[in-house]
Design a protein around this ligand. Structure first.
Ligand SMILES: [Fe+2]
Length: 181
């Protein structure tokens, strides 16, 4: 757990309104899946399970996502939030849509960090690993709702993503701890 806690402490010490090196911080900390295992829950009805680890309102939020094999989420934005994620297990493919344009798909393997900090951008992610993938996400500031799109630049659908666990505790009986990958 040490590395995850140290990472959170380091984040707290930063002026997150101004800091532009969160990606480097996330890259340099050797956070492993084992560090975050207590937060890893899955739910049969969810292709991507979101788990809340840390939340400082209006400042920063850290979450853990567990992706089922082959699952791809919808194209979405993050409101006004900057997003960073690190792959802890498996591999994720990210398709980035800067203001409606298209950047080629990029594959992020274990230990690699991706960021979406360009205003108005959207992205879409897919688990291309042969099994679960797990990713650690940092949102600055947190957001509680965002928009999804069926096609790039298409009609915006307002959504409120939910968590299946908070601070290491399941929110309902359907959420179960991920014991093996
Ligand atoms: Fe995202």
């Amino acid at each position: 757990m040490a590395s995850l806690q140290e990472f959170i402490l380091s984040l707290k010490e930063k002026d997150l309104q101004r800091s532009d090196d969160i990606d480097k911080l996330l890259t340099n900390f050797q956070i492993s899946f084992e560090d975050c295992k207590k937060y890893a829950f899955v739910k049969d009805s969810k292709g991507c399970s979101r788990n809340l680890i840390f939340d400082e309102p209006e400042v920063c939020r850290i979450t853990l996502s567990v992706w089922k094999q082959g699952f791809q989420n919808k194209i979405h934005d993050h409101g006004q939030s900057n997003c960073y994620f690190k792959v802890l297990r498996g591999s994720l493919e990210e398709t980035h849509f800067p203001n409606g344009g298209l950047i080629a798909d990029t594959v992020y393997e274990e230990g690699q960090v991706c960021q979406m900090t360009d205003t108005g951008a959207c992205h879409q992610m897919k688990n291309i690993h042969d099994g679960y993938s797990v990713s650690l996400h940092v949102y600055i500031p947190p957001f509680d709702s965002c928009y999804t799109y069926d096609v790039p630049g298409g009609a915006a659908i307002h959504v409120t993503p939910s968590f299946i666990s908070r601070y290491g505790f399941a929110v309902d009986r359907e959420s179960r701890r991920l014991l093996d990958l």
